[in-house]
Design a protein around this ligand. Sequence first.
Ligand code: ADP
Ligand code: MG
Length: 340
Amino acid sequence: MKLDVETMQYLEPEDYRCLTAIEQGMKNHEWVPMPLIERIADIRRGGVSKIVNDLLRRKLVQHIGGRNDGYHLTYEGYDYLALHAFYKRGKLTGLGSKLGVGKEADIYMAQDADGNHLVVKFQRLGRTSFRAVKNKRDYHGNRKSPNWLYLSRLAALKEFAYMKVLYDNGFPTPTPVDVNRHAVVMSQVDGFNMNTIANMAHPEMVYDGLMALIVRMAQHGVVHGDFNEFNLLIGQDEKITMIDFPQMLAIDHKEAREYFERDVGCIQIVFKRKFGFESTKPAPQFDEVTEAIVMKDLAIRKEIRRSGITDKISEMVSKAVREDEAEGGDEEDSAVNNSD
Ligand code: ADP
Ligand code: MG
């Protein structure tokens, strides 16, 4: 669906009260019953059902009848709650068109009051699984589906936390602006995805820069884990900016070596295949880089934990992101064929 500022202006404070009430109810209910929405929203009697029906018509909530009769937010409803928070905090004044559809996220252009170019990244974890569950209802039976809104919120929180510490430590990331629910606001990077670039004037310089980034991240105690040409933007003078952080992991994670090596390998392969460049220097080695690291001294890790991303949450998000990626593939077709 199209997210637009007009619809946002069209939403009344009472609409937000009802959306928020459903959001709160969803902490304990997969489908929030009407009496509970009425109680939480605390709006004059009879008013709530009219509002909720209106939200339903605009596809900001979903309804299920029968035994579990109730409502829950759609991703679009959740989007409006996050946007509303950004507007209220003065972080955004306008939302533009969609910039990209990643596998787990939708990216929109936006602006702040000073006319700075921003983007809003809405996490969409489980978008493919939502469809999959729908299609495989029998197979899934009555099992409670995972709370995707909750996971997407944690993914945004994790992405923001990593982006902020990387940025504060001088790494080339977008400027982190704000996070709310499943949405992150950041500066819009002036550049092109590396996967769309056919020719590079100085491949060796860019290659060395990328390897140096992988090494420096490791020295700070973290591994990107998805360091590929889709998550690297190349700007003027071949300036590199890295994006997409929900799957990042700590250097003492049991899979850190695997992802470190994969990140290094991705860069080697893409430079060889696309730009015909092979470095004569040895590739960074995990053991060499990590040898000198004293884990407990790593400031970035402490900072990440302070922002509420425990190792457990971090792992949960990485797992959800990776499962989502694996789910992708041919779901698109099956969703079209079996949609109900
Ligand atoms: P996903 O997790 O879905 O891959 P990404 O963070 O990689 O999401 O974003 C998807 C695409 O959106 C990127 O490949 C890039 O083209 C674009 N994009 C994301 N963030 C920015 C940004 N800050 N500036 C410019 N383009 C961006
Ligand atoms: Mg990406």
